[in-house]
Design a protein. Structure first.
Length: 361
């Protein structure tokens, strides 16, 4: 069977929205000026990625900082993405048109006007960018590496087991020990999976390395590729355990390795159980006077919502049935795509505008 192309979306916390612009400065994230050349971008990324790599830097927020650095590099190192970002800003990368100022309330729905509808996804994730420089996704410990490029890849689906259970997978390590032997502490490693892969299921392959310490003081190394089948609808926190795959030390039982499934941040959607959440930004004029909107779906299409002659309030919610994620124990059933609304208010109004609105209301 042919391998399935694998994407991981990267996202840091969405910044604060002021007026009609989203504040997200990739140049500032990498400590660069807007005119920085390719060499300067690479140099800055290398320095900052090493500093904030989560396996080296255990400070609170280091992991989020690392993801932000990877996202900034993904954009600025790609001439096409950088051009879009320079011209349209972060909203252009998300495929969401620019929003109108108070002087222009004629903005159309999410697919009309504004920059082209580009889709921003990184190809291999924050660790993959890191691997381009250091040969693996983690230069601080030799135990793990994720295939070529340092990240697990998605392949055709295979059956692993029932959802929600911790799977104990035997390996090439010791399967037991003599009475009184102490077992090493379980090694845990997070595996980030995109919402797209959670929706369909995928297989990840990871290459692990282990050291075998012998009684005579010599050390040998062994490597093995292990497979994790992510079933449709798996929840964040699902744990898959491979027994005795850690380093072998005389007098001790090798540690288990536990991989913990985590939802990869998504630039457009968020997750609430089996439901997918989407926030649609709507101009005040359209919210009051009515409009037709195009809502993106996880599959890459759009669904229309007709609000002609209707008022959209900040509390308005629409549910698109069956367009969410599969239920883990019943994959044929799906959750909903829940649409919420962010009404864009003008920053200021003239006295004449205030009088007109006051008379109307």
């Amino acid at each position: 069977s042919h391998p399935v192309q694998y994407f991981i979306s990267i996202q840091i916390k969405y910044p604060e929205i002021k007026g009609n612009k989203m504040i997200k400065d990739y140049y500032k994230t990498l400590g660069l000026s807007k005119g920085a050349n390719e060499k300067e971008i690479k140099k800055s990324y290398r320095k900052m990625a090493m500093k904030f790599h989560p396996d080296k830097n255990k400070d609170p927020g280091a992991e989020e900082k690392f993801k932000g650095i990877a996202e900034a590099y993904e954009v600025l190192s790609d001439p096409k993405k950088r051009q879009i970002y320079d011209e349209y800003g972060y909203e252009g990368l998300k495929g969401v048109p620019g929003n109108p100022g108070p002087q222009d309330a004629r903005q159309q729905g999410p697919t009309q006007g504004g920059p082209p509808n580009f889709s921003f996804k990184t190809h291999n994730g924050d660790q993959a960018n890191f691997s381009q420089y250091f040969g693996s996704s983690n230069p601080f410990e030799s135990f793990f590496s994720g295939g070529p490029g340092g990240m697990p890849r998605a392949h055709e689906k295979m059956d692993l087991g029932d959802f929600g259970q911790t799977r104990n997978m035997g390996g090439f390590g010791m399967t037991g020990g003599k009475p009184g032997m102490v077992k090493e502490k379980t090694i845990e490693k997070e595996v980030f999976v995109s919402l797209e892969d959670i929706a369909t299921g995928c297989q990840k392959k990871l290459k692990i390395h282990k050291n075998i310490f012998k009684e005579d003081g010599t050390v040998s190394k062994e490597s093995k590729v292990i497979k994790i089948d992510v079933k449709p609808g798996w929840k964040s926190g699902t744990k898959i355990t491979f027994e005795n795959e850690g380093d072998q030390v005389p007098g001790k039982i090798a540690a288990d390795i536990a991989f913990i499934i985590k939802d990869a941040p998504h630039p457009v959607f968020s997750r609430d159980g089996e439901n997918i959440l989407y926030t649609c930004r709507v101009a005040l004029r359209e919210a009051l006077c009515g409009t037709s909107l195009q809502i993106p779906t996880l599959e890459g299409g759009t669904v229309g919502l007709d609000f002609s002659g209707k008022i959209i309030k900040p509390t308005t919610v629409r549910k698109l049935k069956g367009m969410g994620l599969p239920l883990p124990k019943s994959p044929a059933e799906k959750g909903d795509l829940v649409v919420k609304f962010d009404i864009i208010f003008p920053d200021k109004l003239s006295e004449n505008d205030k009088k007109i609105i006051s008379d109307l209301l």
